[in-house]
Design a protein around this ligand. Sequence first.
Ligand code: ACO
Length: 379
Amino acid sequence: MSTQTIARGLEGVLFTESAMCFIDGQAGRLYYGGYKIQDLAEHSTFEEVSFLLLHGHLPSKLELQGFSEKLVSLRTLPPVLLESMRRYPKDAHPMSALRTAVSELGMLDADEDNVGPEALYEKSLSLIAKFATIVAANKRLREGLDPIAPRADLSHAANFLYMSTGKEPSAEETKLMDVALILQAEHGFNASTFTAVAAYSTQTDIYSAITAGVSSLKGPRHGGANEAVMKMIGEIGSVENVSSWLENLVASKGRVMGMGHRVYKAYDPRAGVLEKYASIVAEKHGHSKEYAILKEVERQAGAIYNPKGIYPNVDFYSGVVYKDLGYDLEYFTPIFAVARISGWTGHILEYTKLDNRLLRPDAAYIGQLDLPYVPLEQR
Ligand code: ACO
């Protein structure tokens, strides 16, 4: 028997230092670079937050202008990639399309393996800019439409909406998208960020590391949960059904999608911000069945699970907001990726500046040793 302690799920394991994100899971507090998430969501833009995550401080007006212009200049996809994306299977999940497109971007970069600090920064900005273009182009192609070229006069959030829907968004829609992107841009060493940094610690190229991050985000226990929430709403069907649905869920030891978090044992502050916007959206439409079902699930499931530290997380209300902005279910996780690319690249830059030490945990061996080898024909 090993005497080593095993940290199942790596819970509570500190493997590096970081100044990007502070989470107080017990009190439900979240900060990026020292700033409260609520303040950033209310007052800043995705460009400002991305600058903060990559540079460690909020930009001055001049810095923000330069950073935004740089992102704009990097929005356009290589034509070869767009051609390739036209051939992706129409029924492939958009996260699979994004994963493949990021990998292709790497192959199309003649300087793919350059890990020098300037090249790494430039590639990070390019990925932040292009994630939105890839997801929007894939959406259009799946709808049987031509991708829309990015517009240089729109902000990141507005341009993403424009490329996705073909319509110039209103100021309210742009704000909603900015808030959604800001809330999901960063969250410490969650599974996808850890995956991306662990991959990059082998000194692979950044496209490979980010492809790994996208793969990790796709899972229903991580980024895929927002999609699972909308499926859950569909399963429940009406506010009246919540109580019988919940009874069955509890009896079968199921999980309420969009509730619970490895770190938050209180209300996820991001869910609080999104709830506010989801309620505005619901009001705009006079009535939203989805929102009403979620509020009832929150109330009834909360009575059972809140005492165990299980509360709504960021994914609980995000789907209602995305749906209002014109995105189908399968695009909820890709939107998350359009936001989280800033956190992934920020952490890769930060970890690389520190030392980029190879990540290599261990397991306590519980197998046998010195077994006699029996030739195949005698087994
Ligand atoms: N509904 C019901 N019970 C739950 C839920 C839930 N949503 N979440 C956790 N539990 C229960 C588990 O069944 C388990 O109970 P048990 O001890 O009686 O077996 C206990 O709480 C602990 O669960 P773990 O999975 O060990 O806790 P963990 O910290 O790993 O949970 C996780 C985190 C995976 C997110 C979990 O809460 C979950 O599956 N939630 C639903 C999916 C989801 O919303 N994911 C999004 C997370 S946020 C994000 O990635 C952006």
